[in-house]
Design a protein around this ligand. Sequence first.
Ligand code: FAD
Length: 216
Amino acid sequence: FAAKKVLIVYAHESPASFNAAAKDAAVAALTAQGCTVEVSDLYAMKFKAAATTEDITGGVKDAENFSYAKEIKLQEKLKEADLVIFQFPMYWSSVPAIMKGWMDRVLGCVLSLFAHSLLSVQDKKAMLSFTTDCPESVYSDTGINGDINVTLWPLQNGILNYCGFQVFAPQIFWDPATGSPESRSSMLEGWRTRLFNFLVDDLLPFLHLSSHWFFL
Ligand SMILES: Cc1cc2nc3c(=O)[nH]c(=O)nc-3n(C[C@H](O)[C@H](O)[C@H](O)COP(=O)(O)OP(=O)(O)OC[C@H]3O[C@@H](n4cnc5c(N)ncnc54)[C@H](O)[C@@H]3O)c2cc1C
């Protein structure tokens, strides 16, 4: 898989964070491969999380039976991207609210069939890249939070696969705060290496989009 245009949707307040380092590593590794990389830094943008009628430009067409998915316009950055990487610290076994808001507001347009066909999301790839403060064992069959794949199901299947993305296996940085500086450096090195050998056999086996859309 050769991504030409990559959008990194990034949610961390601090440029000194491990998430910032992971985002910077991705920008550098992808740019070095000739990709065009765009970063949506959601906190810096003061991205509005709530999907509301205010988002509809040019007037709401049907205020009485308001449907966000039918009213919202396509988002150019998403339209351009071959690959979307979500970089975030795990909050409550999910994404931070500001990133969920991006999914609600930007991916909301994909729910409209018209937008869906225009956007050709099925040609696009997406992946989650995130940090935790729990070690891997906590998100395992025998851990208190259970298997990480179950935790990620609503995001990876319920949102990304449902919207038509092909979803790459997630990049998980387990508990970077507790490890040594060397272990953090090696996590970042592993991420860079993965980005250079990108993702050939790395797609998750979800049911195809068409089985979601059979009712249309
Ligand atoms: C509301 C909320 C809910 C949460 N829910 C969960 C949850 O459900 N599950 C869970 O596991 N966690 C949860 N957390 C914890 C959260 O996921 C972690 O605190 C976060 O993922 C840590 O990532 P960070 O980027 O903020 O780390 P940071 O604390 O910024 O970084 C970790 C370490 O990496 C260092 N570092 C920074 N840059 C570099 C670099 N270039 N090279 C090497 N080292 C570097 C930093 O100096 C620091 O020592 C929650 C937190 C909050 C606030």
